[in-house]
Design a protein around this ligand. Structure first.
Ligand SMILES: CC(C)(COP(=O)(O)OP(=O)(O)OC[C@H]1O[C@@H](n2cnc3c(N)ncnc32)[C@H](O)[C@@H]1OP(=O)(O)O)[C@@H](O)C(=O)NCCC(=O)NCCS
Ligand SMILES: [Zn+2]
Length: 215
């Protein structure tokens, strides 16, 4: 039997394990959804994402492209995850800063969280809602993030504190967390050159010559 254009458009372009529950009609091509993961109707998941076992993506959650969601992560309504974000196993995102079982909140009453592109959230990290985590920021395993995180910042502990900066290449930069505007550093692993500006840490030279012996 031939299919109509509309029917073809609805054909799945992503992979879902037979034991996954995918109710959303907004899952991008080449995304993989593994066993016991649940993506609710109205959740948006981009292309090339990896959604691990026991992940839960709620109505209203938004994931960009190339996002990795490791096992046991729940992504709630009003949580926005941009492209290329890595979310470690059992990371806890939140959307209500002061919940009570008997006070029901939805939509605008919930508090948004934004995880900017290329950020990493470590295993078991907790992100208290109402913050943004900057581009390429790195939240260590088990950290509890209670305030917004600058681009490239390395955060550990409870409450989460910035102990340094993490390069694009996921290696630590030789730059103090307290570095002032005008400070510069070259990554000894990949050779990228960074400067602290009034806007925060920025890459000055993206295609610096590679360091010998580093891929
Ligand atoms: C943060 C991290 C990247 C280590 O960075 P690093 O620069 O190599 O850090 P070091 O091991 O040199 O430790 C630097 C300091 O931070 C502390 N530290 C490192 N990781 C920490 C963490 N997760 N929580 C609390 N403190 C931490 C160390 O104790 C050390 O403290 P000190 O200077 O007082 O001795 C790493 O510990 C981490 O948490 N990675 C995430 C792993 C993960 O979740 N993966 C998920 C996929 S499986
Ligand atoms: Zn680097």
């Amino acid at each position: 039997m031939s299919t109509t254009v509309t029917e073809r458009a609805r054909e799945k372009t992503y992979f879902a394990h037979a034991m996954a529950i995918v109710e959303s009609e907004d899952v991008g091509p080449n995304t993989m959804v593994w066993a016991f993961a649940h993506i609710m109707r109205g959740a948006r998941v981009g292309a090339n994402c990896k959604i691990g076992d026991h992940a839960f993506i709620e109505t209203g959650a938004v994931l960009g492209n190339n996002v990795t969601v490791k096992n046991g992560v729940a992504i709630w309504d009003r949580v926005i995850i941009e492209d290329n974000v890595f979310i470690g196993p059992n990371c806890a995102l939140t959307n209500d800063p002061n919940p009570r079982a008997y006070i029901k909140k939805s939509g605008e009453a919930l508090t948004a969280t934004l995880i900017r592109e290329n950020a990493t959230l470590g295993a078991n990290a907790t992100i208290v809602c109402g913050v943004s985590v900057g581009r390429y920021a790195f939240v260590g395993a088990g950290a509890v993030v209670i305030r917004s995180v600058p681009d490239f910042a390395l955060i550990v502990g409870n409450p989460g504190r910035q102990i340094g900066w993490m390069c694009f290449c996921a290696e630590r930069l030789g730059l103090a967390a307290s570095a002032r505007a005008g400070s510069m550093v070259t990554c000894r692993h990949c050779g990228r050159l960074f400067a602290v500006t009034h806007k925060g840490l920025e890459i000055l030279y993206e295609a610096h010559p590679p360091v010998e012996g580093v891929a």
